[in-house]
Design a protein. Structure first.
Length: 251
């Protein structure tokens, strides 16, 4: 069973609808949510981000500077994400290879998942999806774009890569570089002038097919509106009693 997220939507802007439409989706247990503070005050958010940093780095005293840096970075990033309409942000830590039971995985793959809601004129979901696909296809950045059908309606999938290059430290040969892959799913709301955007990015480009399947599974669980949504109690059942205190300890 996978954890379930009930999204309250981004904070309403002045003069806008104070009750944005509800949506729900489920993510795999390998995703660990980064606090966004959509429903908490500033002090509560700061405490949650500090706890996230402690979970990430553990309790070692010598890692306190890293915990503080992580807290500061995520606090600023969280503010920017929420202002841009983000309703969910998480780090995915996926064991790859190996067998079942106590045998350790061959390696660990990591990814970032961001889910946001954007305002967009949406007279008809099929028309809107077709327009998004055409616009993305004409972007000319080498990405692959495809129209798909989900249980909630038409959507657009886009896969694109990027390359980061930086100068090598003095005395080192070569030019360091790293490649990233980004998978996006654009889903028009069925009856609202809004758009749901799921973005999964990773530097483990060799795991592209794995993450395409991961995001496809999440997209298949999207539900718009409150009446049709499954009961949120499933989220409580998803965490086994034997789970480590920190979701990052095993890796």
């Amino acid at each position: 069973m996978t954890p379930e997220l009930t999204d309250p939507g981004p904070p309403a802007a002045a003069g806008s609808d104070p009750h944005p439409p509800a949506l729900r989706f489920r993510v795999q247990p390998e995703f660990h949510a980064v606090p966004l503070g959509l429903e908490t005050d500033e002090g509560a958010l700061d405490a949650r981000v500090r706890q996230f940093a402690r979970d990430y780095w553990g309790e070692r005293e010598d890692l306190e500077p890293l915990r503080r840096l992580t807290t500061a970075m995520y606090t600023v990033n969280t503010q920017n994400l929420v202002e841009g309409g983000t309703v969910y942000n998480a780090i995915g830590v996926f064991p790859i290879g190996g067998g079942d039971g106590p045998q350790p995985p061959e390696r660990i793959s990591r990814a970032t998942l961001t889910v946001g809601v954007r305002d967009l004129e949406n007279p008809d979901p099929h028309f809107t999806a077709a327009g998004i696909a055409e616009a993305l296809d004409k972007a000319g950045d080498g990405g692959e774009v495809q129209l798909v059908s989900l249980a909630v309606g038409p959507a657009v999938v886009r896969v694109a890569g990027s390359r980061a290059v930086w100068e090598a430290p003095e005395g080192e040969a070569g030019e360091p570089e790293r490649f990233f892959v980004r998978i996006e799913v654009w889903v028009p709301f069925p009856a609202e002038d809004r758009l749901l955007l799921l973005c999964l990015s990773t530097a483990d480009v060799g795991d592209l097919f794995h993450y395409q399947a991961v995001l496809a599974d999440i997209a298949d669980t999207i539900v718009f509106g409150e009446a049709e949504a499954p009961a949120p109690a499933a989220a409580v059942e998803a965490t086994p009693p034997s789970a480590p205190s920190s979701p990052f300890v095993s890796y």
